[in-house]
Ligand binder design. Structure first.
Ligand code: ZN
Length: 762
């Protein structure tokens, strides 16, 4: 089953984007008309004395001009520039008042600059007011207002201004055209962008760097990499922004290698990279997981003096984390004098991502634990986590089933006001779902002030995973009513709910709705839900017919489902066929071979049993790594099967007691199911008496409060014996026990499991 899109993915992407994309302000600075105004370090008073501008004398300078009634217009510019640096709107307003008082508002130069200043301070209404009252409008004023709208995320208004400008017959400069193209890029309107491109061609300004850079960026954003590269090539004098844009374009359009090749070309043409180029190229290295090139870029950045640049350092650290070079990343992290929140977030997100890349569950678990450690260090440092931190760390808690930490983080989000953020809210819903606390997830979902498609999907899938099919389907109907469009993953949740409820008619209807109404092509995960539904209902023939009718190329999961279903129904004929098909796919997962061995053993097909073993040897498949974890307070405890070395002898005592009690209420232990490998005498897999999850559950019962649920993660699929046993003890101890195995979540309450006994092998 596909998992819900995790919020961490979104978050990582955001981090990535941040470090990759050129901030609009940097582009705007290059092209904005302000470049022509040079700021003096001092202003000279009419009496000849100099007023230094740097703080703390800025206030003094301000109060000094207040006292004079006549000021040279050029005095205002450095003062206003300082207001931009300080982002001080109130100071701008008092200077503006002064400008009016001294009659300087008749000066188009100062007033146009003021449009710019208001825009930079984020108040476009004021900027527009000043613009409307300009003593005369020239191309610089038009362009100032346009770039203001682009900077303040109102690109549509920038386009309107551009059209107004053309209508009054003013001629745009290259800077104006670049700004208009940037506006098109922000809206994602390639159509409009192409019209302006035609204008650019007509006036033969395509070779101008500022126009060319904007065009390259427009085509890249709209996904036309070839056009982006063509416009890049036509730029006569490519500057550092041109190169950075084209490298970013390749990276964003899935052509990382191409982007990487641009870099040496840029260096050979004598263009020196800036921090944005370095972060772009590091991001490309990240995509390619190329730590080799990354290291070279790292050395180059030191050589160029960017060693202490925060953005560059964060990108390098992120790259090392992504390539698994934890030590290198840690060294950079420790060596930082100023650690920003972005750095902390990169470290946490990096470790969270390593959980996904880990080769086995144990190392994934270690990475997750490290992410939690970094998070508590961040809290101790006194710095305040933001929404990216929270969503990353909540995802880590979900993966670790670390409910206790998750709850603490929930409280922290409440206190810091981040709970109302939709990303954090969704991560929280997800965390509670993955930790088996469906009621808490549902409460968090209801309390969200806004919900995205991902939050709805997360909750629907949560209900489906907890076997609460009716709630899942009801919520899906609510989602449609509220006008939110479902995606592919939403339908996986819906079909999975139908599967566990066994509602064939509804399932087929939803499959049709998905294709017809939402034009979503079904993928294997959708089909698997339906096949699982037929198998659950024992309608094996229909499962096989469905595969044939839909012309599905079944994968390992599908055939395994069918083999297990046939074994349960004792439909050997279909079972042999499915097993043969499964073997033909040469699976790599030892669990699948365990299933096949069990299947052939139960049919007493000894020849097939030895054949499967032979394949296992050929494929060099080791034993099944059966591990279970439980996290109690800030500690994680892990258990192996028959882990007699474990110091907790009480665990075994309790387990033996529970086995005896469980027998009294009808639990029949399956005698140790052992398959001995004849050749080297090794067990292929071990006896079921002390399976790791039984040990972990017993440990949990001993070490947690009697009201708390016991939460265990297991690296493989649960076997039927453990499943029966844990069902029994959930009723014996009146405790809620949750085991998340490699396939699904099992929530045991009062002797029943949420999977309705379907999700177990053997
Ligand atoms: Zn179950």
């Amino acid at each position: 089953m596909a998992s819900v899109p995790s919020a961490s993915v979104t978050c990582t992407l955001k981090l990535d984007t941040k470090s990759r994309k050129l901030p609009t302000s940097s582009l705007a600075t290059e092209k904005s008309p302000t470049v022509s105004y040079q700021r003096n370090q001092t202003i000279t008073q009419p009496n000849g004395n100099s007023i230094p501008l740097r703080s703390p004398d800025f206030r003094e300078a301000l109060s000094m001009i207040k006292d004079v009634t006549k000021v040279e217009t050029s005095y205002y510019v450095p003062l206003l520039q300082e207001c931009i640096d300080r982002n001080s709107l109130s100071n701008v307003q008092s200077i503006h008042a002064h400008v009016i008082k001294t009659g300087t508002h008749q000066d188009i130069f100062v007033m146009t600059f003021l449009v710019n200043v208001y825009a930079k301070c984020g108040t476009m209404e004021e900027a527009k007011k000043v613009f409307d009252n300009l003593p005369g409008i020239n191309v610089v004023s038009w362009t100032s207002l346009m770039s203001g709208y682009v900077q303040n995320s109102q690109p549509e208004l920038a386009i309107h201004i551009f059209i107004d400008m053309l209508e009054v017959g003013a001629y745009p400069t290259n800077v104006t055209l670049g700004t208009a193209i940037n506006a098109c890029a922000t809206i994602g309107s390639i159509k409009l962008g192409k019209q302006i491109h035609a204008y650019v061609v007509k006036y033969q300004t395509e070779g101008d760097a500022s126009v060319g850079n904007s065009l390259c960026s427009l085509y890249s954003r709209c996904g036309s990499l070839d056009s982006a590269i063509k416009t890049f090539k036509r730029i006569r004098e490519k500057n550092v922004i041109s190169w950075t844009t084209v490298i970013g374009a390749c990276g964003e359009n899935g052509e990382a290698v191409r982007g990487l090749r641009c870099f040496p070309k840029m260096l050979s043409e004598g263009v020196q990279p800036n921090e944005f180029t370095l972060t772009s190229i590091l991001s490309v290295c990240c995509t390619m997981q190329s730590s080799g090139v990354g290291k070279q870029v790292h050395s180059l950045s030191i050589k160029l003096g960017y060693e202490s640049n925060l953005r560059v350092r964060n990108s390098i650290m992120y790259l090392y984390l992504k390539c698994g070079s934890i030590d290198e990343a840690q060294k950079l992290f420790d060596g930082k004098k100023h650690v920003s929140l972005v750095t902390w977030n990169a470290m946490i997100a990096g470790h969270a991502q390593m959980m996904d890349l880990a080769k086995d569950d144990l190392s994934a678990h270690n990475s997750g634990t490290e992410a939690l450690n970094i998070f508590s260090k961040l809290n101790r440092s006194g710095m305040k986590p933001d929404l990216y931190t929270f969503s990353s760390i909540l995802t880590v808690c979900s993966r670790l089933v670390a409910l206790e930490q998750g709850e603490q983080i929930h409280a922290q989000t409440l206190k810091t006001g981040f709970l109302s953020d939709v990303i954090v809210g969704t991560a929280l819903v997800n965390m509670y779902n993955k930790c088996g606390r469906i009621e808490r997830a549902s409460k968090a979902f209801v309390e969200m002030s806004t919900r995205t498609m991902i939050s709805w999907t997360s909750m629907i899938t949560g209900f489906a995973n907890h076997g609460q099919s009716q709630q899942a389907l009801q919520l899906f109907e609510d989602m449609l009513l509220s006008g939110v469009r479902p995606n592919q993953i939403t339908f996986v949740g819906v079909l999975s709910a139908c599967s566990s409820a066994g509602v064939v008619y509804q399932a087929l209807n939803y499959l049709e709705m998905m294709q017809k109404d939402y034009k979503i092509k079904p993928v294997m995960d959708h089909y698997i839900c339906l096949i699982e539904m037929f198998v659950r209902l024992g309608r094996l023939e229909e499962a096989f017919n469905f595969i044939k009718k839909k012309n599905i190329e079944p994968n390992e999961v599908t055939w395994s489902l069918l083999v297990a279903g046939c074994r349960r129904q004792e439909n050997m004929e279909l079972g042999f066929y499915a097993a043969e098909q499964l073997l033909r796919l040469k699976p790599k997962d030892p669990e699948i071979y365990a299933l096949l061995l069990d299947f052939y053993t139960s049919a007493e097909r000894w020849e097939d049993v030895s054949m499967v073993k032979k394949i296992m040897r050929e494929e060099k498949l080791g034993k099944i790594q059966d591990w279970s974890w439980i996290s109690i307070k800030d500690q994680v405890y892990s258990f192996k099967s028959n882990d007699e070395s474990h110091p907790e002898s009480e665990v075994y005592k309790l387990l033996d007691e529970l086995i005896e009690k469980a027998k009294n209420i009808g639990y029949q232990p399956q005698l140790s199911f052992e398959l001995i490998d004849e050749e080297n005498g090794e067990k292929t897999f071990s006896s079921t008496i002390y399976h790791s999850e039984k040990l972990a559950v017993a440990f949990g019962l001993l070490n947690t409060l009697s009201v708390a649920p016991v939460l265990v993660i297991k690296s493989t699929t649960m076997c039927r014996d453990s499943h029966n046993f844990i069902k029994a003890i959930s009723s014996l101890t009146a405790r809620e026990i949750i085991v998340r195995d490699s396939n699904r979540l099992h929530k045991f309450v009062d002797g029943n499991c949420s999977c309705r006994d379907f999700g177990v092998n053997l």
